[in-house]
Design a binder for this molecule. Structure first.
Ligand SMILES: Cc1cc2nc3c(=O)[nH]c(=O)nc-3n(C[C@H](O)[C@H](O)[C@H](O)COP(=O)(O)O)c2cc1C
Length: 415
């Protein structure tokens, strides 16, 4: 079994992953001023490079400085200075892993405090219950804005290649812009970009085509897709299967399967539609079925933190096991497993009545861990004790407020 985990994998474009364990995307929210990666990010990725994952996918990088998933987000546009990105790629690549930049546009999943105008397929705000007001009221995009987004994905991918990344992953999951287009709940357009599945999937397919046409053949292009939204009437598993059939035609090197959105956080193992996910490897059943129709290798991420589970994933037709939280807790888990250990990364549970705040607190705990790693305040391999979830949430919110003020100043200076 271990031999599968640590055997290499050749991708459709000929590139090779040195092993089947991936560090999945985690937004670090750690940008330096100018929304650029800095020394803390470089140290963090050096730790993951040393940790032995064969594929390192960055936290989502924004293709448009006017639309960020969070105020500490990193932005890469056509004119952005590349040096900080080159250092980032070098830090992550220095042990031979593939290093892919995840590219994203948040669409309507933007905090209202960020300011600016949010774009979405339709002018429908998020329904986050009593917390809904914290999020923007988006406007429906016009044709020119959709074309601009497509061009921006391609421009950011080209910049990522120039900076030395070995691939990009297009974020089409978790309720962000492309995922909003895919879902009939958030996309109620009556034009060529909404309605039928071919129309709802058009943005994703156009983005993939534009990116593929801009980068070189040896540069990897991957897609992160929801196996379903886990909302009644949302993007379904059947939709996901059809989208994969279309992606089969487009020289995609890997599809990562996840699920959910801010409204239904299945990626944290919890759904809004009452669907029960597996306790570990949440999306494995979906991934197995979808891998059967995919021509490219499939990766699944969500709830993997034990060696036996990663082995089970890889034994069931899924080519790559992705881990996010586990590698925030133990960045060198792959290296430890390779050395014969079977250490488990234990994530901290937050069970509060307010599901939204509990989800935010879980994220805040992981992000705190990333900052500690970036500050070299924890040695790889050490699982430190739990932090107070409430205190971590308060620190996170204070930090977010400060970063939001900085972002707004930057954004106004650019405008
Ligand atoms: C702090 C944090 C930040 C995340 N940021 C991203 C992101 O930028 N892009 C993305 O696709 N997923 C993001 N995710 C989701 C993870 O990639 C992953 O799909 C999810 O956490 C489930 O995997 P896990 O159980 O291994 O953590 C994030 C998760 C966490 C905990």
């Amino acid at each position: 079994m271990t031999s599968t985990m640590f055997s290499s994998l050749q991708l459709p474009n000929g590139s090779v992953l040195p092993n089947r364990l991936a560090k999945a995307a985690m937004e670090e929210n750690m940008a330096d001023s100018g929304q650029l990666p800095g020394p803390a990010i470089h140290r963090l990725y050096r730790a993951w490079a040393d940790g032995g994952a064969g594929l390192i996918i960055t936290g989502n990088v924004m293709i448009d400085g006017r639309a960020l998933t969070g105020p500490g987000g990193i932005v890469l546009e056509a004119e952005t200075p590349l040096a900080p990105f080159t250092q980032w790629a070098q830090a992550a690549k220095h042990k031979g892993a593939q290093v892919w930049m995840q590219l994203n546009h948040p669409g309507r999943q933007v905090m209202a405090a960020m300011g600016g105008t949010a774009w979405a397929p339709s002018a429908l705000a998020l329904d986050m219950g009593k917390h809904s007001k914290l999020f923007v009221q988006p406007k429906a995009m016009n044709d020119a804005e959709i074309q601009e987004v497509i061009a921006r994905f391609a421009a950011s991918a080209a910049a990522a290649e120039r900076a030395g990344f070995t691939g990009v992953e297009i974020h089409a999951a978790h309720g962000y812009l492309i995922s909003q287009f895919l879902s009939p709940l958030s996309n109620q357009r009556k034009d060529d970009w909404g309605g039928s599945l071919p129309n709802r999937a058009r943005l994703l397919l156009e983005v993939v085509r534009a990116v593929r046409a801009t980068v070189t053949a040896g540069f990897c292009v991957a897609v992160k897709l929801n196996s379903a939204d886990f909302q009644r009437g949302g993007f379904s598993e059947d939709d996901a299967r059809q989208v994969i059939l279309w992606l089969n035609e487009l020289q995609v090197d890997l599809v990562e399967l996840s699920g959910g959105s801010y409204e239904s956080p299945a990626m944290q193992g919890r759904t809004a539609d009452g669907h029960t996910l597996a306790r570990e490897a949440y999306f494995l059943e979906f991934a197995k079925e979808l891998a059967a129709v995919a021509h490219m290798p499939v990766m699944t991420t969500g709830g993997i933190s034990r060696k036996a589970v990663a082995e089970q994933v890889l034994a069931s037709g899924v080519a790559v096991a992705g881990m996010a939280t586990a590698l925030a807790i133990v960045p060198d888990l792959p290296a430890q497993w390779l050395a014969g250990g079977d250490q488990t990364a234990r994530s901290q549970q937050v069970e509060w009545k307010d599901q939204v705040m509990a989800a935010v607190a879980r994220m805040a705990l992981v992000k705190r861990r990333l900052r500690l790693l970036g500050a070299s305040r924890v040695a790889a391999g050490n699982q430190t004790g739990n932090h107070s979830a409430l205190l971590t949430l308060i620190i996170d919110q204070m930090r977010t407020r400060r970063l939001t003020r900085r972002y707004r100043r930057w954004s106004q200076a650019r405008a």
